[in-house]
Design a protein around this ligand. Structure first.
Ligand code: ATP
Length: 507
């Protein structure tokens, strides 16, 4: 098992053991790619949501929020293109009986060559430093060769994806001799298309349209409400509508824990702009969203931008913000310039005019849209992956700590009496009561103080307050910082302000 696989397994079991994430219906052996959030998990999730909501809605005068229903009129999904085009190309390995997304097999193959290039470039740099000119030239030539190969494969790959040419994509998989990671064989089926939407029945809709879908994205709830929101909140273009909500996709190849789920949550914002100004806003939101991520302090080096090779049917520009998960850099958030595709299409299918009158230009038009779309569960996984650390201490013991950005931590403060006597528990509970009005806190008096600190480390509590003998004399306590393990002495009356200061983020 590789170091990263091992780390990922540890993260998954830690998340279960400490009440962050449980497999759904576990007593019935679980349900594939569906998960439940436990007590700390739902706190962390709520904190991510409110942090995102605040930075989008509260901090922008021109962004408002909505909460639209999961069920929508079936024609919405015809209009959006999801009924006809929301497909994955799937391929089965006949020996392992495992199913894969054909496009992911190719992307993984290309990633492996890219990893090789990175290694060769590092080697070449060393040879250059050592004046080993001949070897430098050789490694350089190899890098050029790899790069050429990648470009060739990518060109064919993109063409296949754009034309949904699955026969050619299968030929590519055969030619590249891609093997199944489980069976190691090249014994593949043909590629088939598979629609990702879940459907169900709704009796009361007109006879010929009683199949309804569980929404595969929250965005359409925003588009169909464009005029309702614009008129009721008197918004002027450019303005945005934000929404957090569940989305459902029948992901056949759902692995990697909560990275790819069948039921998940999205935090989306659709920003409506003048036609022709969309690419300028696309760049604005690309930078703004990256800034939001970096401000959380999870390491600039853990993010990168990835431009789409194949644009969705509705987009004229698209970029992903990728995060370095234990299984590599993968999409965390998508920024898409969706043109006027959705509003125009709804206008056409519904027969209702969806236009905006711009009083500055005296023109009516269908606005263009720039979307920022981040998976709440993927953000959760990014935080968990970044924050899970096994630290070797000076005495060689190992402490497991979740270095969750403090502002997002499920429990903000734990309050302990040093010992269970001499009036310390009463004093600690009094402090707890005051702090509970502002923060989610925990009280713990069981076991030695060191073990109590460890328990809080494991769930990511950033601050621990301990009441000791001195507290009873001068009303001061110790405040221990999770990451540095340093303690400071602080007056009880200053705790609240101090913690607010520590939780501040410069965004
Ligand atoms: P992927 O390429 O990984 O399938 P996507 O490009 O289909 O993702 P979008 O349709 O752009 O994803 O959705 C926006 C965001 O929603 C993604 O960036 C991701 O964070 C999240 N998301 C999408 N599908 C899932 C899923 N099955 N499980 C969890 N989160 C998801």
């Amino acid at each position: 098992m590789s170091k990263n696989e091992d780390l990922f397994k540890k993260i998954i079991s830690h998340a279960k053991e400490y009440g962050f994430i449980f497999p759904s219906s576990e007593i019935y052996d679980g349900l594939s790619a569906v998960y439940d959030y436990g007590p700390y998990g739902c706190e962390l999730k709520n904190n991510i949501k409110s942090y995102w909501w605040k930075s989008m809605v509260q901090m922008h005068e021109n962004i408002v929020g909505i909460d639209s229903a999961i069920f929508m009129h079936p024609t919405v999904w015809k209009s959006s293109g999801h009924v006809d085009a929301f497909n994955d190309p799937l391929i089965d390995n006949k020996d392992s009986k495992k199913r894969y997304r054909a496009d992911v097999l190719i992307e993984d193959y290309l990633q492996k060559i890219e990893d090789k290039i990175t290694k060769e470039v590092e080697k070449a740099a060393k040879r250059f430093e050592n004046f080993d000119e001949q070897m430098f030239r050789q490694t350089n030539a190899r890098v050029i060769e790899y790069q050429k190969k990648i470009d060739e494969i990518r060109t064919i790959f993109i063409r296949c994806m754009e034309n949904s040419d699955w026969a050619k994509l299968k030929v590519l998989i055969d030619e590249l001799e891609i093997v199944c990671p489980i069976s190691g064989s090249k014994n593949w089926t043909e590629i088939r298309q598979f629609n990702l939407m879940f459907s169900t029945q709704m009796g009361s809709v007109a006879e010929d349209a009683d199949v309804i879908y569980l929404r595969p994205e929250t965005a359409q709830g925003i588009f169909v409400n464009f005029l309702n929101v614009q008129k009721s909140s008197r918004m002027k273009i450019p303005f945005g509508i934000a929404q957090i909500g569940k989305a459902f996709r029948n992901e056949i190849v759902a692995r990697q824990f909560i990275f790819r789920m069948k039921e998940f949550e999205q935090m989306e914002m659709q920003f409506f702009v003048r036609p022709g100004e969309e690419l300028q806003w696309f760049n604005y939101w690309k930078e703004e969203r990256m800034r939001w991520h970096i401000a959380l302090g999870m390491g600039k080096e853990n993010y990168r931008l990835h431009e789409h090779e194949k644009l969705a049917h509705y987009a004229n520009a698209a970029i992903d913000i990728e995060f370095q998960f234990p299984f590599g850099f993968k999409e965390l958030e998508g920024i898409h310039s969706r043109t006027d595709f959705d509003l125009k299409s709804h206008q056409q299918y519904s027969g209702k005019k969806i236009q905006y009158f711009d009083s500055e230009t005296n023109e009516s038009y269908v606005p263009y849209v720039v979307e920022t779309s981040i998976g709440l569960d993927r953000m959760f996984l990014a935080i968990l992956s970044y924050s899970f650390v096994e630290e070797v201490l000076e005495d060689n013991s190992v402490r497991t700590v979740l270095k969750i950005p403090p502002v997002l931590a499920p429990i903000k403060i734990a309050v302990f009496p040093l010992v269970k006597k001499d009036g310390m528990p009463e004093k600690a509970r009094e402090i707890l009561k005051g702090l509970q009005q502002h923060f989610l806190c925990q009280y713990d008096e069981k076991d030695a103080i060191g073990r109590r600190y460890r328990r809080q480390d494991a769930i990511g509590t950033p601050y621990c307050i301990t009441v000791d003998n001195q507290t009873l004399e001068d009303n001061t306590v110790t405040l221990r910082n999770r990451d540095s393990m340093q303690q400071e002495r602080i007056a009880i009356e200053n705790i609240e302000k101090r913690v607010w200061d520590l939780l501040k983020i410069n965004y």
